[in-house]
Design a protein around this ligand. Structure first.
Ligand SMILES: [Zn+2]
Length: 160
């Protein structure tokens, strides 16, 4: 029997990317934390909440530099993105206590990337049975208030 690979990052809201003016990562980085749903800022990379999450606390980790080529991330950026993912797990563990995580890079539209010119790592918390009660589109309807609250909680629980 074939078991299907569960890849939540492939469900990124591809439709919205084309209509967006400018790069959502660059806009988020330049603006206020609350507006861009920025959870944590590092030196060369930063963390924000996915506006179209697959689960509560679905984080995106991106380099500050507007760069679409994964292979061209420099050592500092690559290391900081990795470390921020680890810290993000710490904050998520504190706030939501997930039982596991999926981490993934979508490179290219065919691989499910909604935004192809600014690379980003998905960090998706997982719970036992979450695929059963979370239909694909359910979380697209998440209220902005909910995301604002999630952002605040995770920012406050970020490991120092
Ligand atoms: Zn950008």
């Amino acid at each position: 029997m074939t078991r299907q690979l569960w890849a939540p990052w492939r469900l990124e809201y591809v439709g919205s990317a084309d209509e967006q003016e400018g790069c959502i990562f660059c806009i988020a980085h330049e603006g206020a934390d609350e507006e861009g749903l920025v959870v944590h800022r590092g030196r060369r990379a930063f963390v924000l909440l996915n506006r179209f999450p697959y689960s509560s606390g679905h984080l995106l980790i991106a380099p500050v530099r507007h760069i679409g080529d994964f292979a061209k991330l420099d050592d500092e950026e690559a290391l900081e993105i990795h470390r921020l993912a680890g810290q993000g797990m710490g904050a998520l563990a504190d706030v939501y206590g997930p039982q596991g995580y999926n981490l993934g890079w979508n490179l290219g539209r065919i691989a499910g990337a909604g935004i192809t010119d600014h690379v980003h790592l998905h960090l998706v918390p997982r719970w036992a049975g979450d695929t059963n009660f979370m239909p694909v589109l359910a979380d697209v309807k998440v209220l902005p208030e909910h995301l604002t609250e999630t952002r605040r909680k995770l920012a406050e629980s970020w490991p120092s």
